[in-house]
Design a protein around this ligand. Structure first.
Ligand code: GUN
Length: 282
């Protein structure tokens, strides 16, 4: 039988825990945590993610504001909105959905968000804090993966972990988080030589590159653990990850499905960061 890591179930548990935490927090008339979500343009995937984030806020008792901005908005106008939200009392977290249109400099936008409201954990200050092991906001997807591993009580001490994909959002911060938990991490990417050699030796393989069926069964060791971060659509329009699940799962001791693996954890951790931000102001 295939043993899966059930991100849907774990994220539901985390959200239940948070609901209680937020009820406690707002007792006696204290204001709820607040999240501002900004989306620029009409990217269909971004719309789905943003709507899901706003819906989850409302289910947990988190106040939210959604800003649907025209794709033609200038960088200066977007920076002005961020500045307003930086100074707005009811807002604890600001999230600008990526990608942004080409005429807007993403780095500049991320750096304009106050680090103590950067619930995405993308600001250089928060990334820097992560590297030196200080308490900041952790990027939601890698944070969600770490939480999954923790809740399945998987010991990372001395484990060989191979990550495929070196993005600033997933691969790089995840490599740091795993290193901080005493794993031995190999961070692979498009220029890596003999990738299979590396993945075949790994106790845990994590794939985040955005290519359907990239990780095949000949690339993984019997009994290993596979985490699939990909969200792709196949030729039939069906949602699928970066792993050839059907065949790879015959060899793994544990594997995340897509959908229902890492995806739901990302939103749960965003909510967790928003609550943390509110708590830090009390
Ligand atoms: N685009 C893809 N993933 C993310 C994410 O986690 N946060 C934001 N803001 N944009 C994204």
């Amino acid at each position: 039988m295939i043993k899966i890591i059930d991100g849907k179930k774990i994220s539901a548990e985390i959200k239940e825990e948070m609901k209680i935490e937020i009820e406690e927090l707002t007792k006696g008339g204290k204001r709820a945590p607040g999240l501002a979500v900004i989306i620029v343009g009409e990217n269909p995937a971004s719309k789905v993610y943003v709507n899901s984030k706003v819906k989850t806020c409302s289910a947990l008792g988190i106040y939210s504001e959604k800003y649907n901005l025209d794709s033609e908005i200038t960088e200066a106008e977007l920076l002005k909105l961020i500045e307003e939200l930086n100074n707005k009392e009811e807002i604890d977290g600001i999230l600008v959905q990526l990608p942004l249109p080409k005429h807007i400099d993403e780095d500049k936008i991320i750096e304009a968000i106050k680090p103590n409201k950067d619930v995405d954990g993308f600001h250089p200050i928060n990334l820097g804090k992560l590297v030196i092991g200080k308490n900041g906001f952790k990027s939601c997807t890698p944070y969600g993966i770490m939480e999954l591993l923790k809740r399945y009580e998987l010991d990372l001490n001395g484990k060989d972990v191979v990550i495929v994909g070196r993005s600033n959002i997933v691969g790089k911060p995840l490599a740091v988080m795993l290193t901080n938990e005493n794993a031995t991490v190999t961070l692979c990417h498009s220029k890596t030589k003999n990738l299979s050699e590396k993945t075949l030796n790994a106790d845990i393989v994590i794939v985040a590159i955005g290519r359907e069926k990239f990780l095949t069964e000949d690339m993984v060791k019997e009994g290993s653990i596979v985490i699939d971060v990909g969200i792709n659509r196949n030729s039939l329009g069906k949602l699928c990850g970066d792993v050839d699940f059907e065949n790879v799962s015959k060899k793994t001791s544990l594997i995340t499905p897509v959908p229902g693996g890492v995806g739901p954890m990302t939103i749960a951790m965003l909510m967790k960061n928003t609550v943390k931000s509110r708590m830090e102001k009390i």
